[in-house]
Design a protein around this ligand. Structure first.
Ligand code: ADP
Ligand code: MG
Length: 465
């Protein structure tokens, strides 16, 4: 009984420290809009970098020819080639390959990482078949999706601002990532030109627009989280170049770095942040994304093990190990709807090393997964809502008339595979928008839109025009 009382006290405390009432989400969205505006002004203290992508035109459908794309951003990287057939034939053929990045390369040297990538790319190019056609005398062109914050200096160049998501490589910050990649490609003897450097959010936006003309924003919920959207060029005070003909500019918000005292930051978040590779940074990302959700759950379970002997008299040593509980496992436990929570029990045995857990312990574990996932999903929805607010697509126009159909392209393994997470994002967004506006807003899974998007942007920025 004493144990139960103590468990209940911890759970109650977790519930209140992770709570995200709708009113709080609204004030978080307002704070994000304010930070977006500061970022667009170039205020160096802004939480949101609001990076200019140099993409002022999204794909039209007319793109034509053979293009490659390379997507580096998480634990895997992908290489892709696509034969584009213009307005009539669209994507004639595409092929891709996924390669996992050996963990030591994520914390090694820049040269080792880029050599590994270029080697895999060269191998992939070697398998190009008859269905792909490169006109005589032309170089192969590549769109490079690089999902880390970059200060873009043109559509095809930019310097790394910082690593995130578990990458920590000396000597790359401040370097032009396109020249790093290009030099590695040369070392491989690979004759290929990078014609577009894009963030994965920008790639997803481009790929999404190609599929659906009403796409105005893209959100990634994967290992990390980020968003991009189409902004009016004249609403970007820090843009000193010529106004693009389209009047638009795609902005990479880098919203993962958002921080605000309005965010429901618990002791578990603070401790995880403190022990992370990038303390004090990417706070919003650390509350939402796939790299961290399972770890937050682990920390709460550990507290329950300590304070309320949740897993017996001794605290299981495996539970003390950071990142042992991965988000896909959390998701599997969370989705267990069997009467005896069998899957969840098996996972606990696997991961924590405790063979016999009572039904009550399993229910508690599932409840913790629910609390952590729900907070992340609701915070992500607040972010999407803030972008819609920024571009005036959060309500029916005051001038009367209907709100235009508004599509947000979403991608990332977390959103794609964690059903309870994605349905909570959607339900919360509907709640924030209200009935009328939400009937015009669609959240659409743009599966691997970023790869094809990067290839499309490589096409529209081809040196062969
Ligand atoms: P990245 O963000 O690294 O480019 P992905 O978009 O493929 O890659 O996302 C991978 C992330 O998605 C993983 O790190 C994991 O956190 C999350 N994820 C993958 N599968 C699942 C799943 N079944 N349930 C929950 N999260 C998942
Ligand atoms: Mg990705």
């Amino acid at each position: 009984a004493e144990r139960k009382r103590r468990a209940a006290a911890v759970i109650e405390d977790v519930e209140s420290s992770l709570a995200t009432p709708t009113a709080l989400l609204r004030s978080i969205a307002d704070a994000m809009v304010t930070e977006m505006e500061r970022g667009l002004r170039g205020d160096i203290h802004s939480q949101l970098k609001m990076l200019i992508s140099y993409v002022d035109n999204l794909p039209t459908g007319d793109e034509h020819g053979l293009f490659y794309a390379l997507d580096l951003g998480g634990t895997n990287f992908r290489v892709l080639r696509v034969q584009l057939g213009g307005r009539e034939k669209r994507v004639v053929k595409q092929q891709y390959e996924e390669v996992s990045i050996p963990p030591h390369l994520m914390v090694g040297t820049s040269m080792e990482l880029f050599d590994f990538i270029a080697a895999a790319l060269a191998k992939f190019v070697d398998t190009e078949g008859e269905d792909f056609h490169l006109p005589e005398g032309r170089l192969r062109e590549l769109g490079f999706t690089f999902s880390f914050p970059v200060n873009q200096t043109s559509i095809s160049s930019g310097t790394l601002i910082k690593w995130t998501k578990g990458f920590s490589i000396n000597g790359t910050v401040g370097e032009d990532v396109v020249s790093e990649l290009s030099r590695a490609m040369e070392r491989q003897g690979l004759d290929m030109k990078v014609t577009a450097l894009v963030n994965d959010t920008v790639g997803t936006l481009a790929g999404g627009r190609y599929m659906d003309n009403d796409v105005v924003a893209a959100v990634i919920l994967g290992t990390g989280t980020n968003a991009a959207y189409v902004e009016h060029a004249n609403a970007i005070p820090k843009w000193t170049g010529l106004l693009p003909k389209s009047g638009n500019m795609v902005i990479n918000t880098e919203w993962g770095s958002f921080k605000s005292d309005k965010l429901p930051l618990s002791e578990y978040d603070k401790a995880m942040d403190f022990e992370s590779l990038n303390p004090g940074e990417q706070i919003y990302e650390k509350m939402i994304s796939g790299m961290y959700l399972g770890e937050i759950v682990r920390r709460i379970l550990l507290k329950l093990a300590h304070d309320a002997s949740l897993f017996g008299d001794v605290v299981p040593s495996k539970l003390e190990q950071p990142f042992i509980l991965r988000t896909p496992d959390m998701s599997a436990m969370h989705h267990d709807s069997s009467h005896d929570l069998k899957t969840l029990g098996a996972k606990l045995k696997d991961i924590v090393g405790v063979a016999d857990t009572s039904l009550e312990v399993r229910y508690i574990t599932r409840h913790i997964c629910d609390l952590v996932a729900e907070r992340g999903a609701r915070l992500a929805a607040a972010g999407i809502y803030s972008i819609l607010k920024k571009i005036g697509r959060d309500k029916v126009p005051s001038s009367g008339g209907k709100m235009p159909r508004t599509v947000v392209a979403l991608d990332g393994g977390l959103y794609e595979h964690y059903k309870k997470f994605s349905s909570c994002v959607e339900a919360t967004l509907t709640d924030l928008l209200g009935e009328e506006a939400s009937s015009s807003v669609v959240a659409k899974l743009a599966n691997d839109g970023s790869g094809i998007g990067a290839a499309l942007l490589a096409a529209s920025h081809s040196q062969y025009g």
